[in-house]
Design a protein around this ligand. Structure first.
Ligand code: BGC
Length: 497
């Protein structure tokens, strides 16, 4: 492998290749991301409250690969200075981190603010700013206080106010220093995955609980956005949105077009339309579809709880940019009669009668549903602009999953390169994409997959008590990308074979 001349990690690396790709505009920012439960560890440090992941994995150690949990994870609770150093090595403009709600508010409520929690995040934020790295802070990345789960969690409508109270505490503590906020990471993951035995709270309630959760996440986001807008924006002038996960969908055959549109409304629309569309509320086709289904099933109420006119207005327009998490693309086709349909969200949906597949021409990553089709990102960026007319898109996650621990992770480099290329094409087309935040800074606790899969630019040795971090080739590559502001530092692996 070879690269152009650049000094990274104190080493001069030469290359035969020349810079060909256009340079990203100066306002375009590069970053990397992490999330509290996946990296911090320190699960019971000081007065931290228990999160739903602590609770779940201390009671159901059988559900993760190798019974792993995030008790120690990357130990970023202690090693945060090293994390900042890595961000610096990578030449990042931004680092996306999340705040653990139960670390800051051990009871879940603002009656007690943990001094330890408060200082931990304050030091991390200050440390980043000292190095000229902008913190992008997510208020909630899947780790609800267990005390609130015991009160119904995201299925309880009161959670919207509990979340707004928590948000107010966070904005008060760090609003002077943090200018980009994400309220929720992937409400799809919170509800569609968390109520489908794939994430905490690990409930099996895809018919009712999932949709209560869907509505309440929308209200919670909106209330937090409005808290910022009314109480903090005039002073701090930051931006607030949420991160939505969007797999791009394409019809397998022309006959599957309508089902594909319904799938997009089901997956993305339920979490984006209420906020980003001009009319607000649920996407009409999926709402009708689910209402009809509920009637046939004998329910007396819609399973997807309707918004009142007041709620539609509360939620509509509560964004300052679009935060997009994108990994891959799937083909949609109608399931054949009697076909066994794989599980939502990656293989199909019994509810919609669809099967999700890869196109045969797409290289597949280490996980069978993870196809490499960067053009999907380009199409999706256009779709967001055309559908919602969003003024700005920030890519808040995009990354490559691997199962071996190879430091020579050239497929990850190619993945980054190809996705950045598509982003650049979209920018040239007039889509205002203002940044790319790579998932993830270092290998971490990957939910039910434990430590068996990795997404990290840095490898972490999880058997070492020091949790040593080692840069992969992708870290070296990305460091050149951020400094040269171009993806064209790579001429290995023209394809994925
Ligand atoms: C989540 C991360 C997760 C990543 C890779 C995203 O959907 O926000 O927490 O680690 O996907 O699976």
């Amino acid at each position: 492998m070879s690269y152009i001349d650049v000094i990274v990690f104190g080493v001069l690396i030469s290359s035969k290749c020349s810079l060909q790709g256009a340079v990203f505009p100066p306002w375009f920012k590069f970053g990397a991301a992490s999330a509290a439960y996946q990296v911090e560890g320190g699960w019971n440090a000081s007065d931290k409250g228990e999160s739903i992941w602590d609770h779940l994995l201390h009671t159901r150690s059988d559900i993760t690969a190798e019974s792993a949990n995030g008790d120690v994870a990357c130990d970023s609770y202690h090693l945060w200075k090293r994390d900042i150093e890595m961000c610096e090595e990578l030449g990042l403009d931004m680092y996306r981190l999340s705040i653990s709600w139960p670390r800051l508010l051990p009871s879940g409520f603002p009656n007690h603010i943990s001094e330890y929690g408060k200082n931990y995040y304050s030091n991390l934020i200050d440390g980043l700013l000292e190095k000229g790295i902008q913190p992008v802070v997510t208020l909630y990345h899947f780790d609800l206080p267990q005390s609130l789960q015991d009160l119904g969690g995201w299925a309880n409508p009161l959670i919207a106010d509990w979340f707004a109270d928590y948000a107010r505490v966070v904005f008060t503590l760090y609003g002077d220093r943090v200018k980009i906020w994400l309220t929720l990471n992937e409400p799809f993951g919170i509800c569609d995955v968390g109520y489908n035995l794939q994430h905490a709270p690990y409930l099996n309630d895809t018919e009712v609980g999932r949709y209560l959760c869907n509505k309440n996440t929308m209200l919670a986001h909106a209330k937090a956005w409005r808290v910022y807008q009314e109480e903090f924006k005039p002073r701090y002038n930051g931006k607030v949105s949420l991160s939505t996960l969007f797999i791009w969908y394409e019809p397998l055959t022309p006959d599957d077009k309508e089902l594909t549109e319904l799938t997009i409304e089901h997956w993305e629309g339920r979490y984006a339309h209420p906020i980003f569309s001009k009319q607000g509320g649920w996407p009409p086709k999926i709402q009708q579809f689910l209402d009809d289904a509920a009637k046939k099933e004998g329910y007396h109420q819609p399973r997807l709880p309707p918004f009142t006119a007041e709620e539609i207005e509360l939620v509509r327009g509560t964004y300052d940019f679009y935060g997009l998490n994108h990994y891959t693309t799937r083909k949609v086709r109608k399931a054949r009669p009697d076909e066994v349909i794989g599980s939502w969200p990656f293989y199909g949906s019994k509810e919609l009668g669809i099967v999700l597949e890869n196109d045969r021409s797409w290289p597949v990553g280490a996980v069978d549903w993870f196809a490499m089709y960067p053009e999907g990102l380009w199409k999706q960026l256009h779709w967001l602009k055309n559908t919602y007319g969003v003024n700005e898109i920030l890519i808040t996650e995009n990354g490559y999953v691997n199962v071996d621990d190879d430091l020579e992770d050239w497929k990850r480099m190619k993945y980054i390169r190809d996705n950045l290329e598509q982003i650049q094409y979209a920018i040239e087309d007039g889509v205002n994409v203002t940044g790319y935040i790579h998932w993830t800074l270092m290998d971490n606790f990957e939910w039910l997959a434990g430590y068996k899969v990795n997404f990290g630019l840095y490898a972490v040795n999880f058997t070492d008590p020091e949790r040593k971090r080692v840069p992969r080739e992708s870290a070296r590559y990305y460091a050149k990308v951020t400094r040269g502001r171009s993806y064209d530092y790579l001429h290995v692996g023209l394809n994925y074979d």
